[in-house]
Design a binder for this molecule. Structure first.
Ligand code: PLP
Length: 401
């Protein structure tokens, strides 16, 4: 009899196609993807200079401008996840030794400060407790007292579920000609970002959260003021791959080869953006707001508490405080194994303290809200938390109103 070694057995199993289950993704991203967007991933691949593919890229730029609500010519998708757009903004805009004002009240604000440092800048931090809003008066004061022109802020802090009022940033221009960089990774396509109206100079997002496409691209936009600063750099951008001037030469009329454009990913992005505009930005924001409110109504009816106060609360990322005595990991693993639902745990200082529930993109649905609440309603009493009332009924009531 033929005997296979353990290694051969493992390899032989791997020659079978991978069959991932259909999960309900209610974590901090990726979110579930509409079949129409998934279908785009199996269309025939085109070469990166094929005229038909270049048309597709032009369409993506127009669609992205509509979703970002900007007229910025340089609006495109960087090849890489949200972090690549974040790094592109910092690497291109920050020069050696330059002071950069960084607003920090969560994990991603901290990462911005780290990136500024890694790319040779000097981060000047304005901090608030995680989950608490930043005091704009203090931001203005610190800006006045330093030499920074660049100011960075996370619009939707995915680590806490808090929304920062980016519309207040432009008041910094009364002090100096600030260049405003905003992280819209968990807000684009789900919350108003209004790049032009808010006078934001550079912004980056991702495809797998509010946009509803697979992870792998990072939509970015740069204003003429931001580009002017980039063009007048004393030293060349240290990243060749993320050099926005080189990337733009491919995306704009010159069509100079820079890297092989990930065609299938861009088809999917195009489809997801088209779906956003088909639904309508306003209608999409309302859908996210409504489902988040219903979820919160259900959570509070059960006697659980949200981390963030109602006003600066995000619709995309809902942070629920884990009640005393309830085991974080056990509940999340039961949700996954018994109900096929993924929710996120806390990051950094909020580890073990919150669950991060994403209701974004195609995942922001009434059904998902009711499903998760019913699952919690079943699990929590078995895990030692006495629930007050039916969360699912409270949410259903909220949805009916
Ligand atoms: C997810 C996220 C990122 C990073 O995006 P990746 O796609 O994971 O690289 C950056 N900023 C915020 C606010 C995020 O939520």
């Amino acid at each position: 009899m033929l005997r296979l070694s353990p290694r051969q057995v493992r390899i032989s199993a791997m020659t079978q196609p991978f069959h991932p289950p259909q999960r309900i993704l209610l974590g901090p991203g990726p979110s579930n993807i509409d079949p129409r967007v998934l279908q785009a991933l199996v269309k025939p691949i085109l070469g990166y200079l094929d005229p038909l593919y270049l048309d597709c890229l032009d369409e993506i730029q127009s669609l992205l401008r509509s979703v970002f609500e900007t007229e910025n010519r340089v609006t495109l998708s960087v090849s890489g996840t949200g972090g690549s757009g974040m790094e592109a903004c910092i690497a291109n805009l920050v020069e050696d030794g330059e002071e950069v004002l960084v607003c920090v009240n969560g994990f991603f604000g901290q990462r911005l400060a780290e990136l500024v440092q890694r790319w040779g800048g000097k981060p000047i931090r304005v901090e608030a407790e995680w989950g608490q809003p930043l005091d704009m008066e203090r931001v203005r004061q610190v800006f006045k007292d330093c030499k920074a022109r660049l100011v960075t802020m996370v619009h939707a802090e995915t680590s806490t579920g808090m929304r920062q009022p980016i519309e207040e940033l432009r008041s910094l221009r009364d002090i100096r000609d600030a260049i405003l960089i905003v992280d819209t990774v968990t807000s684009l396509g789900a919350h108003p970002v209004r790049i032009d109206r808010n006078e934001i100079d550079a912004s980056y997002s991702c495809t797998q959260k509010g946009i509803g496409a697979p992870p792998g691209l990072s939509p970015v936009t740069f204003s003429e003021r931001a580009l002017e600063k980039i063009r007048s750099r004393k030293s060349v951008c240290r990243s060749w791959y993320l050099d926005v001037q080189l990337v733009d030469k491919y995306w704009s009329s010159e069509r100079v080869y820079h890297h092989t454009s990930p065609a299938l990913m861009n088809y999917a992005l195009r489809e997801a953006l088209a779906m956003i505009l088909e639904e309508g930005l306003e209608a999409r924001w309302r859908r996210h707001e409504r489902n988040s409110r219903a979820f919160v109504a259900g959570i509070e009816a059960m006697g659980l508490k949200m981390l963030v106060a109602p006003e600066p609360r995000l619709w995309t990322l809902n942070a629920v405080r884990i009640p005393e005595g309830v085991d974080d990991a056990r509940v999340r693993s039961r949700l996954l194994n018994e109900h096929n639902i993924e929710v996120g745990g806390g990051l950094g200082s909020l580890r073990g303290k919150i669950w991060r529930v994403g209701l974004m993109g195609a995942g922001s649905t009434e059904n998902n809200v009711l499903l998760l609440l019913s699952a919690l309603q079943k699990i929590l009493p078995q895990e030692g938390f006495r629930i007050g009332a039916s969360g699912a009924s409270a949410a259903a009531l909220a949805l009916g109103s």
